[in-house]
Every structure is written in C-alpha cells, then in structure tokens.
Design a protein around this ligand. Structure first.
Ligand SMILES: Cc1ncc(COP(=O)(O)O)c(C=O)c1O
Length: 375
C-alpha cells in the first residue's frame, strides 16, 4: 500500500508545463547575450527584474523599480539573506506563532532571539505586538496573505496597525508572500509592501506557482537596503543561474505564467473541495471538526476537538497509509495547537485525497479517539 502524503507546500508536479518551459530554456540558451555565460550581477538579470516588477505591480500591488529586486534561489535564500543582514547576537525578530519551523531555524541560527506573537484565524494578532517601551526588533516577520500554517488573511486594520508599529519603532516588516496567487473565494488581497514601500521587505517565490525544483524567488527591498543585500547575495553564491532567469523572464513576459496559474488554480479548487467535502462527510456527527485556512493556498488545517496528534497517533496513521503533519511542529510556544493537523492537497489527486481521509478516519475512529479519549 503506497502512503498518501498530505505534505503541504508541494504544488501539482504532473502539470508542470514541460514543453513550454523546455522551449524557453532552449531559446534562452540560443538568444542569450554572451554576458549570460560569464559571472553575472548578484542582483540578477535585469530582463527578469523588469518583468517581475511589472508582474508584481499588476498582480500584487507591489510598488518597486527593478533596482529594488534581488533574484534569489527561492524564498529560502531570501530568508537567509534577511537573517544575515538584519539579525545576529543581541538582535531580535518578532515572528508569527506558529510559523514554518525552517524559518525559525534560519533566524535563530544567527544568534538572534525570536519574539513570538500569536496568530488567530485572521493572522498575526497585532494587538499583541511588543509595547513601544520594549526594545525594538530588527523586523516583524509575517505571512499576511495566507498565514502559514493556519491560513488567515490579515485584515486591513491589522495591516495599518502593523505599519504604524514599524514606523514608531523604526523596524522593518518582512512580508513572505509565498503563495498569494492561490485565493479561491475572493480576489487576491494587495500586498503590505504597496502600503509602506519604505518599511517592507517583500519575499516572493516561484516554488508554489510553478515548481519548487526551479529554486527561483526574489526579494523586493526598500531602496536604502539594496546595497547590503547585493553584497550578501554575492558572498553567498555570487548569483542565481543566469539562463534559468532568462527562461523565466520569457515565460512570464509571454503570458505563460499567468495562464498556467489560472489553469492549476481550477485544479486546486477542485482538490480543496474534495478534501473539505470528504472531511465533513466522513466525520459528520462523530467529532467536532473545524476546517481553517481553506480560502487560499495549497493546504488546509483541520482541528479535531480533543484529539491530540501525539507521535504515537501520527505513527498509527502512517502505518495505516496516511501521513499528516501536526501544526504543533511549527509552534514556538508549545501546547496550543495539539489538536490540529496540516493537510496539503496541491500534489494529490481527488481520489487519493478521498482515500487519505478514509484512512485518517479508520485510525481516529478506533481506540476511542473520536469520543475524546487520548491515544
Ligand atoms: C511560509 C513559507 N515561506 C517560504 C517557503 C520557502 O519556499 P521556497 O521553495 O521558495 O524556498 C515556504 C516553503 O514551503 C513556506 O512555507
């Protein structure tokens, strides 16, 4: 029996536009100027930065010139560069709790202190930001379009409160916009960056909208930070591969990216429906189940009242052929999210999703876990 893996953050891999991408790569190689085969600039190819700045203005309300963009190897490298430039011993970052464990690790590796602020169904609880009398953090990190993992979208009042806080304490805001394109029930919310260009460091990635294997992302920086990030990128890996950047620039410029996003969005919408529908039908009347974060992204969170997803329960699920991911793994302050699991659906067919929910039920319905007994 092959395992059904509800890993989050993996887009559909079978629909990757191999043919068109292949053509772009071939053309990039044939048409690229000689400079693309030598050592390039750390900020990346101008062709790509120009296209990305237009794309971001059109789709995310991001206001930037190509000179404010640094092309990176995915959002992960963008986060590493941010940590390198702005964190270190004696510094601190305010960060959403829960938040991807990898991001916590990257920031903590510098010796900086993380100052967690809770999130609710609307994202970062801005009323819990440290008081202005406390020392200012280097930045506030958040995922305002689709909080990872809980899935909230930060309302405008909180956005304004956050910007006010950043201006008063003279800190930056790091906006990780890793999968904002996938919003199913309403138009995408504009970026925070568009509201405070001088304060926000914006992170974007092509991992979810195209392929994580490409390792392509970018930073949009306030103008006064650009020089330091160029240096950090240079001393990290000189620059991101030039031909990949040129292929991507053509792919976006010729409209293939937006067509691809609109095609896969339909697929994800169906998968999301299959998952939410299967959970509701299967668990109807058996337990109090709450679904969070279904309006955007490639995963949902399911909260099962009184079922703690302990290592023993996760092991039983794995033996039954289904892998799910506890929210608690990403918690900074432990204990608040033990009843929640992350279910990624981006790279699973509807049949697999339905079968995965059946397997989940088969384990939770034995040993009394659905009536609230701890496993
Ligand atoms: C919140 C968040 N930010 C950033 C990333 C990293 O993405 P990338 O593949 O672009 O490095 C992830 C990966 O899943 C993520 O969940």
């Amino acid at each position: 029996m092959s395992i059904i893996d509800f890993r989050s953050g993996v887009p559909d891999l079978t629909h990757f536009p191999r043919q068109i991408w292949g053509k772009m790569v071939q053309r990039a190689c044939q048409e690229a100027p000689l400079s693309a085969f030598g050592y390039g600039r750390p900020e990346g190819r101008l062709e790509l930065r120009q296209v990305v700045s237009r794309y971001l203005y059109r789709t995310r309300g991001v206001q930037c010139k190509p000179e404010q963009i640094i092309v990176t190897s995915g959002a992960t490298q963008a986060l590493t560069l941010i940590a390198k430039v702005l964190l270190g011993q004696g510094k601190s970052a305010v960060i959403e709790d829960p938040i991807t464990q990898d991001i916590q690790t990257i920031f903590k590796a510098t010796g900086a202190v993380l100052r967690p602020v809770s999130t609710d169904e609307y994202g970062l609880m801005t009323e819990q930001l440290p008081s202005r009398e406390e020392s200012a953090p280097s930045f506030v990190f958040l995922t305002p379009s689709n909080q990872f993992p809980l899935g909230g979208t930060l309302p405008i009042q909180r956005r304004l409160q956050l910007i006010r806080y950043a201006r008063l304490t003279d800190c930056y805001i790091v906006e990780d916009d890793y999968d904002s394109e996938f919003r199913y029930d309403s138009a995408p919310i504009s970026s925070l960056q568009g509201l405070a260009e001088e304060r926000v460091i914006y992170i974007g990635s092509f991992s979810k909208i195209l392929s994580p294997g490409l390792r392509l992302g970018y930073l949009v920086l306030p103008p006064d930070l650009v020089e330091r990030y160029r240096d950090a990128k240079w001393y990290s890996d000189l620059h991101t591969p030039a031909l990949d950047q040129l292929a991507l620039a053509m792919f976006i410029e010729e409209g293939h990216l937006e067509k691809y996003i609109s095609r896969v969005k339909k697929l994800y919408r169906k998968r999301r429906q299959a998952l939410c529908g299967a959970l509701e039908q299967t668990f109807l009347g058996t337990t109090d189940i709450r679904i969070l974060g279904a309006s955007a992204g490639l995963h949902i969170v399911a909260a099962f009242a009184d079922i703690p997803f302990t290592p023993a329960l996760l092991e039983k699920l794995q033996v039954a052929g289904v892998r799910v991911y506890p929210v608690e793994e990403h918690a900074i302050c432990p204990g608040r999210h033990v009843d929640k699991i992350i279910l990624g659906y981006g790279n699973l067919s509807e049949e697999k999703i339905v079968e995965g929910v059946k397997r989940l039920y088969s384990v939770l319905s034995v040993a009394g876990s659905l009536s609230g007994e701890n496993l």
